[in-house]
Design a protein around this ligand. Structure first.
Ligand code: C5P
Length: 283
């Protein structure tokens, strides 16, 4: 989503939720073989990306994330400039709204946004396949964010089959204020592999997340909130996203999600991250 001319770009980086996440086994490279239905949602970060004469400069609305060294957005910029041996620098400002360590792919989405912005700003005309290959080097979830807003992702997450959902969904997404480490979640799963509990079946998918059992056994707040959502009259069903710690509840209409978020805040307090979203169907 480019908003301005070639030299300076404002780019929205949407979060994702996993409508199902099936772990199919362990791979020789240590990763897990997946089949997961990912959907971009309306909650997003905003990046401002400028070409500058040299160097990579990074600022962030969240001071905790201001270290340019271990940031996926700056890693993406470095990778792109190095790969094509470009004689330019980049300045990135990240307005961070997507919670970190939340199973929402925030860092991955930021990285994909930087890759596509630089591809157009530097007029590199790198093919979609090459961009996806660079994205996969940055993380398993990054290639998804270069594609259509909903896709079935396989392999370690980097093999993308775009799909279009037959139904529209709204919802409420909550983040408890702590994160779940993705490597920890997969490692704990591998010690005791078991499927997540299947939820409601919709036209295109049945909700299920195989990373719920490890996350739920360590963090009891998560199943408690999921069960609370499942009891609310507006809620079709609820699930943890990715490796956690976000829980999302799906509703059919914007009115329903509005009532739900008000009730959630009254019950659990105003300080938690609790935001309404819609599932994005168009890029
Ligand atoms: O690829 P990414 O850096 O996002 O993965 C973070 C960690 O999550 C990996 O180091 C690995 O421990 C685990 N992982 C996995 N199988 C996947 C994706 C991630 O085991 N398909």
């Amino acid at each position: 989503m480019l908003e301005s001319g070639l030299e300076q770009v404002k780019q929205y980086a949407l979060a994702k939720i996993n409508l199902y996440l099936h772990i199919l086994g362990r791979r020789p490279d240590g990763y897990h073989e997946l089949e997961t239905l990912m959907a971009r949602i309306s909650i997003h970060d905003t990046l401002e990306i400028d070409l500058i004469p040299s160097g990579i400069e990074f600022t962030c609305s969240d001071p905790a994330l201001s270290d340019a060294q271990d940031n996926l957005a700056t890693k993406a910029a470095r990778l792109f400039l190095d790969e094509f041996q470009l004689d330019t620098g980049v300045r990135i400002h990240l307005d961070k709204k997507i919670p970190v360590g939340a199973g929402l792919g925030g860092g991955s989405s930021d990285a994909a946004a930087v890759l596509s912005a630089l591809n157009s700003q530097t007029r590199t005309h790198c093919s979609r396949e090459k961009l996806a290959e660079l994205a996969a080097r940055l993380g398993s979830d990054v290639p998804f964010f270069l594609h259509s807003p909903t896709a079935v992702c396989r392999g370690r997450g980097e093999i993308i089959e775009p799909v279009r959902l037959q139904e529209d969904f709204q919802g409420v997404l909550v983040h408890p204020g702590f994160g779940v480490s993705t490597p920890w979640a997969y490692k704990t799963y591998a010690q005791n592999p078991s499927q997540g509990e299947p939820g409601r079946a919709f036209a295109d998918f049945t909700l299920r997340n195989d990373l719920e059992p490890p996350a739920f056994s360590k963090y009891p707040w998560l199943p408690m909130v999921k069960a609370w959502f499942q009891k609310q009259p507006e809620v079709l069903d609820a699930l943890m996203s990715g490796s956690g710690s976000s829980i999302f509840a799906l509703t059919r209409t914007a009115d329903e999600r509005g009532r739900l978020v008000v009730r959630f805040r009254a019950e659990f307090g105003e300080t938690l991250f609790a935001e309404m979203f819609s599932v994005a169907q168009r890029a």
